[in-house]
Design a protein around this ligand. Structure first.
Ligand code: HEC
Ligand code: HEC
Length: 434
């Protein structure tokens, strides 16, 4: 019952902003909504292997993510414009696993079999150790933990994130942004190094689950016990590893077929590589300094250096420096994406070919948390899968005068989200907002 109420609240919130959207006429991949106890659905939807460089013509219609429109084809989706823009990507950056000319049926079946064998079923989920049994222990991927996580996932997450973590549960149809599809192995709000391909630390996932993502349908789950939370995280890892192994094997068999090994070997290699990346991400946080707040704030992940500005006046001065970094061509380059501070529509496709917009910073609403430490870590790390790059070079090496350009940007971002602070910057430094 609690779950139903939660959904009602959540979907109510989400539908506020998009009153003109028609009810969804389709449920994606209904065959994917399996009963627990059966195997996982094998991948039938299309793969986005590179974010399309084309500019989206518009936001997609609710219930029709762009790739879904492409799959449905002309005449079956209201978004003909998305189909037109994305069509040239088919066979290059967007792949159809059911295209028998690209992937022979025997290979596709062999991939599915290998994935099922390695990763088990929703009731008996497994993560294969390969040569890396240490990773299983360190990342808590033993079968008892996974089975517990799977049960909780079915109760709390499956309706949005889908049975195999494809972001295609029955409640997903109208959500914008859509629930994360874990099967690329890529997550947005991470605090590990960008060289680790968007793999989060377990602590990143803990934070997203505990706090939710503001401005999206992702709810906060503050009431899970620590054991339950850790089990769910393990299961998200399982789904992601499984999905990525399947994804990578299909991708290589289609676009790198000359170099590709037999399907089962491709699956096993991809699984092993992804597992190592998860382990590396978990053990290599981005910032090495000790956090002052770490002991009182257990959810702080990136250890952020102490804020050098300790008075309101120093923060205002810092925000003014941040403004210049934000807007100037020779600065940090933020304004090239966040045009007019994010108020001008500047649509992009993300790594899942979903339509995104660089955040409108006037709103002061951030998905992954509003604390200054959180904003620091977003700017330092970047946002995987969206094109927003890491800006760590701004503070490495540290400035000899003790200033910190990322803190300047944080103070600016904080100020711009508040009318009184904007007025203060205008009055003191002549910054114009129009
Ligand atoms: C009502 C729908 C809904 C439910 C239920 C839901 N999620 Fe989400 N989840 C979302 C949406 C939407 C996003 C994407 C938000 C975005 O892109 O900013 C998301 C994103 C995520 C992410 C990605 C974070 C990142 O850094 O990329 C994780 C992990 C996640 N959810 C885990 C869970 C888990 C675990 C549960 C169950 C305990 C759950 N979600 C339940 C809608 C939901
Ligand atoms: C290449 C384009 C690009 C550049 C450059 C860029 N951003 Fe972003 N930024 C984005 C996109 C896209 C999003 C929204 C991502 C999403 O949620 O899918 C975003 C989101 C954000 C957010 C919101 C984070 C949250 O938790 O919701 C902040 C804050 C932000 N950017 C600040 C900055 C700052 C400061 C700079 C310069 C140092 C910068 N961005 C440079 C594209 C960019």
């Amino acid at each position: 019952m609690r779950k139903l109420i939660l959904f009602a609240v959540v979907s109510g919130l989400v539908s506020l902003g998009c009153d003109a959207t028609p009810p969804p006429e389709i449920v994606f991949h209904p065959e994917a909504v399996v009963q627990a106890g059966q195997g996982y659905p094998n991948r039938s939807d299309w793969l986005v292997v590179q974010p399309p460089a084309a500019v989206p013509p518009a936001w997609n219609t609710s219930g029709y993510p762009p790739v879904r429109s492409l799959e449905l084809g002309t005449g079956k989706s209201p978004d003909e414009n998305q189909i037109r823009i994305l069509k040239p990507e088919i066979g290059k950056n967007i792949l159809n696993p059911a295209d028998k000319d690209a992937l022979p049926a025997a290979d596709r079946t062999a991939v599915s079999k290998a994935v099922d064998q390695l990763f088990g079923t929703p009731l008996v989920p497994i993560v294969p150790a390969g040569k890396n049994s240490a990773a299983i222990e360190k990342l808590h991927l033993d079968s008892a933990t996974l089975a517990q996580g799977a049960g909780l996932y079915r109760q709390w997450c499956i309706s949005c994130h889908g049975p195999a973590g494809g972001g295609d549960g029955p409640a997903a149809a109208t959500l914008s942004p859509p629930p994360r599809d874990y099967r690329t192995g890529l997550f947005k709000f991470v605090s590990s190094t960008p060289t680790l391909a968007g793999k989060p630390r377990r602590a990143d996932l803990a934070k997203v689950i505990r706090r939710g993502l503001d401005g999206s349908a992702m709810p906060a789950f503050p009431k899970f016990s620590e054991t339950e939370l850790q089990a769910i995280i393990s299961y998200v890892l399982h789904l992601s590893l499984r999905g990525e192994a399947e994804f990578t094997a299909i991708k290589r068999l289609i676009i790198a077929f000359e170099d590709a090994d037999p399907p089962a070997q491709e699956v096993a290699q991809a699984a092993e590589k992804a597992l190592q990346q998860w382990l590396d991400a978990d053990t290599q946080p981005m910032i090495a300094q000790k956090s002052e707040t770490a002991s009182t704030e257990p959810l702080t992940l990136v250890n952020v250096p102490a804020d050098p500005a300790t008075t309101a006046e120093a923060r205002l001065q810092s925000a003014a420096r941040g403004y210049l970094l934000f807007v100037e061509k020779s600065g940090a380059g933020c304004a090239s994406c966040h045009v007019n501070f994010g108020r001008t529509q500047q649509l992009k496709y993300d790594a899942w070919a979903n339509v995104i917009q660089p955040r409108n910073l006037f709103l002061g609403l951030y998905r992954a948390g509003r604390s200054p430490e959180e904003l620091y870590s977003r700017i330092y790390v970047g946002i995987a899968g969206t094109g927003m790059p890491s800006h760590r070079q701004l503070v490495e090496p540290p400035a000899p005068d003790g200033t910190n350009k990322i803190w300047d940007l944080v103070h600016f971002v904080q100020a711009i989200g508040q009318p009184a602070q904007r007025a203060a910057l205008q009055a003191r430094f002549g910054i114009k907002w129009e």
